[in-house]
Ligand binder design. Sequence first.
Ligand SMILES: [Zn+2]
Length: 619
Amino acid sequence: MTDRHADVYGMASVLPVDTFYEEEPAFVATPVLALLARFLPDRTMLALEAWHIDEAAAMLTLHVTSTQACVPCPLCHVRTSRVHSRYTRTLADLPWGAYVVRVQLRVRKFFCDHPACPRQIFTERLPTVAAPWARRTLRLAQHLLAYGLALGGEAGARLAARLGLRSSPDTLLRLVQAAPTPATSAPQSIGVDEWAWRRGHRYGTILVNLEDHQVLDLLPERSAESVAIWLAQHPTITVVCRDRSGLYADGIRRGAPQAVQVVDRFHLVKNLREAVEAFLHSQRPALQAAAARTAQALTLVAGPGPSTPMYRGRHQYAPVQQQRQEAAQQQRHAAWVATYEAIHALHAQGTPVTTIAQQLGISRPTVYAYLRRTRPPSPRSPQRSGQVLRPYMSYVIQRWREGCTDSMQLWRELRAQGYAYSSRTVSRFVTRLRRASEAGWAPETQASPYTRPQGPSARAVSFTWVCPEVKRSQDAQLYVDQLRQVDQAIGQAYTLSQAFLALVRERRGDALEAWITEAAASGIEALARFAQGLREDLAAITAGLTLPWSNGPVEGHVNRLKLLKRQGYGRAGCALLRQRVLLREVGSPGGHAPMTTTPARVSPRVQQGTDVGARLQAA
Ligand SMILES: [Zn+2]
């Protein structure tokens, strides 16, 4: 162990000047004390008296005094220089390499001489160095706060420990919770939406400024009261963007009657899609018919592909195996139908869902899923596997068209592209291509969900339906074209819903009422119900289809919130989550800085140095 004490003037510990540096005039042998003083938290307020290094503990201790001659009383702010006493504070500071740095700060107590001031003795404050009574310097606290905000308690403390900052998860969380939230300017246009604590169980409310996209607040509950109270405290608000829920509509009406309510366009499209899905659920035969016609249309467009007969030698047992598979599939389907009928019978008798779930030995969500159905589930094709192959299907089809029909060869080629699954999956898909080729279908029909014999699901079609035409894939577009021709009512529903989507995309709120009238008279029940819903919230929806505001920024913050929530392993309370959301941009340039930071003091030499660097880069 080597202990060294530097003398007060730092002269005894002058660095030995290496001969290597003698030719370089920029390198000056600075006395150690002067060198170390450069790294103090605030050099304008502190002076370094001595330093001490403990090799065994890897600790550098700096003995520091305050240089303020007179200081203001924290209560009456009158300056005074009459010293009462001195004492030492120990502060942890940022580490220097592998060394922990400890600052022994000598501070003074002063008399307040102002006759009217109730405070007689006070301790000098060093606001740029450390908070009163703090055990760490401000800059160390800011580092720890940044870790806590970015990563939460556990992960933040782990990273801090790796970087040599000693702290605990609880310390980080305390710092995050104690950090002051930024003062909000008077917001005018805001978005309000719900966010899930636990999906389906507990929700909160998020409020976002739509002008600068900053989160304004996070409320622990989703209620009209809490939104009304919050809005009443912010009278500058003139526009509130919201979802379709009557709850927020009520809260806004009560808390900000002056504000224009705007329904978010995303939610309108979502509701339309749900109406379309409900409509398509009763159109299963049409969905199937359109799938068969799409396979034909796709074959016409893409060409039938090379004729590749089945390889009979290896597949002679295939019919037997296929029969076995089909029998198993039929058995599974019979079980689904039995479950469906049992659930609906019990439900009709008034049996509670929990009891049904217990009696049948299935989960409650499954019971609910069956209850939502109006008919038993349809038998599924046994060829549902191959999802892992999906990204590679277009390549396999391309090679197939080039004449490569050897599944092992294709598997080897796919492996070279990063495919990590079995050759059996590839070989099953190649068998499908062979069957399609025998039947005269294009190989592309085997890669498309729109050409399956049982047809795509109503849900999948509803998403394609509301998707803009330019974004649809070729097979999706072919399918929609076929579906419109299969059934007149479907064609009419399609035209109606595209007209509504045009209103949304072109923001023609003035044409909304005419659309509602048309939809209500269309005879398509799902769309008529959707139109009736629009009529009940007409003013806000017209505003949504006229004004430029939308809740896009809010959705982005809700997604970030999900990440922050999961980082807390479900243990973070709302207060902590709120801090992490509101203080996101702590320390970043242009963001909110909750703590006063020491202004950067750059010595002339450093400035010169950067100038040189810039000149070098320019050269
Ligand atoms: Zn005073």
